[in-house]
Write a protein that binds this ligand. Structure first.
Ligand code: NI
Ligand code: MN
Length: 224
């Protein structure tokens, strides 16, 4: 599976299908049209261009209802559930965060915020969404054994690097990729420092990607 960070919380996973997670792309465009879109929560920096893409979109009930009303073929689900879409498995995990849907000047509750464990071609990717640290991340390790953990480190709206270091230990994925930082001045962080501390104190590896950069993920083997 080829994983590409498109900046902020947006990743594309290319394998037997192309998955786009949280399609808010700060700079540039998506390289390839996705087959399936996954949205962790309704905030504009995650919902992004999901309506315009109008692909099969996996989201929590409330967001899925909103998307369906816009003509998007939505796949509703909720926390703790698992669905398989075109051979790709999506498990919706809890996230400690809020959610608010904005539409043409109005705003309304967007359901709960979530994360995903996405399994395709034998590789499992955990995208934490926007979240605080919570100790039940250990259940994600026990249940799904992700090969990669995509963790927010920006602080202010999500956990910062210190909390994300503990999250990485709880999740136990051999490879960690930081996200949701440096997009705006309010979430400025030093990802290299985060990498150095994790790699010095654990056996995990951290891949600090530049927006647009890709990494090949092999099952249980980490990245190269
Ligand atoms: Ni958010
Ligand atoms: Mn966010």
């Amino acid at each position: 599976m080829r994983l590409t960070w498109l900046g902020h919380a947006c990743f594309s996973l290319a394998g037997s299908q192309t998955i786009l997670i949280d399609p808010f792309i700060p700079e540039g465009d998506i390289a390839t049209e996705p087959d399936i879109v996954a949205v962790t929560h309704a905030h504009a920096d995650h919902l992004g261009i999901a309506v315009d893409l109008s692909k099969k979109t996996v989201a929590v009930n409330e967001v899925a209802k909103y998307l369906a009303a816009k003509g998007v073929p939505a796949e509703p689900m909720n926390l703790g559930g698992t669905i398989t879409v075109d051979g790709v498995r999506f498990t919706m995990t809890p996230a400690l965060h809020s959610s608010w849907l904005e539409d043409e000047g109005a705003g309304f509750y967007g359901g709960v915020a979530a994360g995903f464990v996405i399994t395709m071609d034998g590789v499992s990717v955990y995208h934490a969404g926007d979240t605080a640290l919570f100790s039940d991340m250990q259940l994600i390790r026990d249940l799904y054994r992700p090969d990669v953990a995509l963790l927010p480190i920006g602080g202010r709206y999500t956990m910062g690097p210190e909390e994300a270091m503990i999250a990485a230990r709880y999740i136990g994925a051999p490879l960690v990729i930081p996200m949701h930082y440096n997009t705006f001045p309010a979430i400025q962080q030093n990802a290299e420092n985060f990498k150095q501390i994790i790699e010095r104190t654990t056996s995990m590896q951290v891949a600090v990607l530049a927006p647009g950069e890709s990494i090949e993920i092999s099952p249980k083997g980490g990245g190269k």
